[in-house]
Design a protein around this ligand. Structure first.
Ligand SMILES: [Zn+2]
Length: 219
């Protein structure tokens, strides 16, 4: 019983930090986004088309298409002008697209670090003021970060999962080698992880997800 509670404690601890918004980026679309970022002398931005699946605990965003629009860029400008936005929406309508499905705004930070700056946030507020909006910031090294906003207000960080194409031969060879060399040791949980600063823990405290306490098991 004690162990079960500990395991439940562990999982609720995990759940608390598990991203609730997951953006699945097919490999080809990731490569295209990266290539756009690398091809631009300054920053660059565009939109992605998505299929959004909402369940009780998470929002899954399946990216299915990517595009850029005519734009002027500098080394740091990511704001979109009204003209650019209008042209973008007219283009979508002309192509018989549903603008609501193009609800992921992405932009590059050229070769800088990825984050949502004080310039990006007003853009997100403006672009997403009446709807749900997912945003990705990428750089020329392919680093990315993402967030989810609703009606212009920040809701949550989003995880990006790149759907890499795996090579069946490499997968089989690695599986064989891991089976030969790697032994999995089942974790033993003996206590609920306390919600305290780890610096306050006694020096002999052992993190339950990393260490074994066979001697601690009382049930
Ligand atoms: Zn930015």
């Amino acid at each position: 019983m004690k162990r079960l509670e500990a395991i439940n404690g562990f999982w609720s601890y995990r759940a608390k930090f598990e991203p609730k918004v997951k953006i699945r980026l097919p490999y080809e679309i990731f490569l295209k986004m990266l290539s756009y970022a690398q091809a631009s002398k300054g920053e660059i931005s565009g939109f992605c088309k998505n299929k959004v699946i909402k369940t009780e605990n998470e929002i899954k965003v399946d990216v299915v298409d990517i595009k850029i629009f005519t734009q002027e860029v500098t080394d740091s400008r990511t704001t979109l002008t009204t003209d650019e936005m209008t042209a973008h929406y007219l283009d979508l309508i002309r192509r018989d697209e549903n603008p609501e499905e193009w609800n992921l705004w992405w932009h590059s930070h050229s070769d800088g670090t990825v984050f949502f700056s004080h310039i990006d946030v007003p853009t997100i507020e403006q672009v997403g003021k009446n709807k749900a909006l997912f945003s990705i910031c990428i750089n020329t090294r392919g680093e990315m970060t993402a967030r989810y906003d609703r009606k212009g207000k920040f809701v949550a960080e989003a995880a990006i999962i790149i759907d890499y194409p795996l090579n069946a031969n490499i997968v089989a060879a690695c599986k064989k080698e891991v089976a030969e060399k790697v032994t999995y040791i089942r974790p033993v949980f003996t206590r609920i992880i306390p919600t305290v600063d780890t610096n306050d823990l006694p020096a002999n405290y052992l993190h339950p997800t990393r260490r074994h306490y066979p001697a601690d098991i009382t049930d």
